[in-house]
Structure formats: C-alpha cells, structure tokens
Design a protein around this ligand. Sequence first.
Ligand code: ADP
Ligand code: MG
Length: 346
Amino acid sequence: MDKHQKIRSFVAPVVFLVVWGGLLWYRSQTRMEFYNSGYQETMGTFVQITVAAQGQRQAQRFFAAAFAEIDKVNRTMNDWDPNSEISQLTQTAHLSPVTVSPELFEIIAASVEYSKLSDGAFDITVGPETQLWRQMQQTHQQPSPEVLMAARAKVGYEKLTLDPEKRTVRFAVEGMKLDVGAIAKGYAVDRATEALKQQGAVSGMVDLSGNVRCFGKGITPNGLWLIGLQNPRKTDTVLLKLHLNDMSVATSGDYERYVEVDGKKHSHILNPKTSESVGELPSVTIIAPTAMQADALSTTVSVLGKEKGLALIESIPCAAAIVTTAAEPEKPIQTSGATQFIFSNN
Ligand code: ADP
Ligand code: MG
C-alpha cells in the first residue's frame, strides 16, 4: 500500500463517521416533540404549558420565559398583596391621578371597554363588593343590607378616569377598589403565549386554571388542539370536547368557587349593581382569539345570564359561547359560531 492509499483508507471512514454523526445530531436538533411543564402553582391556582420543542433543554427555556411573564402579571395585579402595583394604586388614586405601568393601564383600559359593552355587568371596580364576599368566606354570614349599600356606592366604572396619554388612573370616590380577577388570568396567558413565540416556539398551549390559549400545530393527528369542557354538575366527566387552532377558551362557573351560607351557594361572580352572586348559568365557556377576551367575556356572560349574554356574544364576530343552564346543566346551549369548534359531545 502506497502512502496515498494509506491516507485514503484512513480518511474515508473518518469522513463517513463525521457525516453520519452530523446527520444524527441534525435529526435530534430538528425533531420536534411535545413537552409538558406539569402543574405549577401561580396566581392562587395552577398553570400548565405544553410546547413543541427540539429537546428538553429548549422546552425548559420556553417554560421559563412563559412562567416569568405570568409571575410578572401576578406581582402587578395581585390585590391580596398590599405591595403590588394594583394595591398601591387603590390606596392613593382618590387623592390625585396615579401613573401606572403599561401592563396595568392596558388591563384597566380593556376592562372599561368590557364594562361599556355590557352596561356594567362586567366591572373591575367591583372590589368593595368582592371584599365582602371574601369576608363571607370567613364568617359564613351575609353582610347587612346597609353594609352592602355602602359598598355599592364605591362601585362603578364611570367613577374611573383614565388618561391614556399620561397613563394615569384616578378614582372619583375614596374607598374604591379594583379587582381584576375576571381578566388578569387571561391577560397572563396572552403574555405567556407571546413569550413562548418570542423564544421561537412554533406551537404550544398555555392553560391557567381553565384559561387556555393554543397556537400552531396541535397534538391531534389533524394538527388541532383538543380541549375538554367539564360537566359543571359532575366535574369528573367531560361535557364536550372542542378542537381548535390559534384560539383561546375560558370557562367561568359557579361550581368551583362559592361560599355556602344557610344552605345557599354564593358564587364568586357578582352582579355589581345588586351585590348578589349570579346563579343562572352553572358554566359559561367563551372561545375567542385572545385569552383576555375569553376570560372577560366568560365573566360578563355569567352576569348577563342566558338571553342577554348569548345575544351579546352573537353580536361579536370573533367570539363564540357555550353555556349550561341550572335547569338542564347537561344540555349545553351555544351561539352559532361555536358549532365549528365542537369535536364531540360526551
Ligand atoms: P375564575 O377566576 O374562576 O376564572 P372569572 O374569570 O369569572 O372566574 O373571575 C371571577 C372573579 O372576578 C371573582 O373572583 C372576582 O374577583 C371578580 N369578579 C366578580 N364579579 C365580577 C364582575 N361582575 N365583573 C368583574 N369582575 C368580577
Ligand atoms: Mg373571567
């Protein structure tokens, strides 16, 4: 064997190994699989994220970015924490206009739009009334009519003055309190979804306690995402399944959070004009492009009730609703736009 033959017989296998190894590496880098974060505690509940990634390390990077966004929203909007931005605002906004972060302003401004749309059925100034509901959780006694009336005097979105240019918020009355519990989770899901996309994720699903947003190709063979809606009266069973893409789904209901006083259940969703808990619809599911829309509208329809609520959703082109009634909780009623999303009834 001459010198050149020797070099060739050595180089050929090395080149082969390098190319073969390279191909294997490339395959492992480009093969997408779904990864699940498992349940993580946040905002007084749990979040779960599913994402397509090229390996565990990339998936962990996606999860970290999304959780960081949710934590940020929680730190800003948590009215249980006296140091959060929303609590600080509540303490001083009756004295003079307060400048708030772009995130808080966005949520407050969007909330006012939902209040206008629903003639005050949805109202984040409901805080003084939800405060009494929280007290009822401890005392198991209903507040007196006088106490309720005094709280109602501090409720009403028209008592809020917003200046979009200066990004300020002002309260007309002392003792007003904002409660963004009906919209902040949806907002957090949108922020988390944006974070996933910014990190390069092409498909995924964020589920924050029933506020779900999915994007890109889903896990079913036809590339859609499958979401089961709980039966509100038999919560371990599925009422129906939805299949969708690039959409959000939120459910509000009376079956998870309520207080029982003298044998009567008081749901955590209140009619701001009467201070009473709503009870006509055991569950309201909204399908809409963003999780914030779905979250706010599901609470809105819970307050408006079947007739007015479904009429409102019919009038919004990009939204659909599926509700159950107290009389027949196993027979869901839907708006015309919902049919395309129903995969099966069971
Ligand atoms: P969940 O928090 O179970 O997802 P919702 O999205 O319907 O349910 O939000 C309910 C929360 O919204 C209540 O716990 C309370 O903090 C607040 N809230 C109650 N009634 C109203 C209302 N009429 N408008 C706006 N927010 C409300
Ligand atoms: Mg809501």
